[in-house]
Design a protein around this ligand. Sequence first.
Ligand SMILES: [Fe+2]
Ligand SMILES: [Fe+2]
Length: 145
Amino acid sequence: MIPETVRQELAGGFAGESQANRKYLFFAKKAEEEINFAPSAEVADLLKEVAELFRETAEEETAHAYAHLVAMEGVHDTLENLKVAFDGETYEYTTMYPASVQAAKAAGREDIARQFESTSSAEKRHAARYERMMQRLKEAYARAN
Ligand SMILES: [Fe+2]
Ligand SMILES: [Fe+2]
């Protein structure tokens, strides 16, 4: 049993490390794109080194994220993981993104509202796929018993 205060710290750590991982991978891609416009071979070489540094660090952030998720008992058996994933996607398309769409519209940012809307429909598909897979796995386990 993990004390709630510690669980919250782990959840914060997991969120931060996960974001750092994705961010560094995007930064690496950007550095690689900039190589094409480098004003010198020296700059190009350094940009390549920067991209490698971002990718290497991203990998380490993934290890940190994983350790935090495991410590907060966030990795379950696969049926339970599918349920957790289904619940997360469902929350996103039924609650989170609808509020985001409203906020963007209220601020006059129709472009961002549309981005939230299209992301939301993808989450709805993700939820449906997880639900279907959960069902198939449950049935397969039932047949195996
Ligand atoms: Fe880290
Ligand atoms: Fe999703």
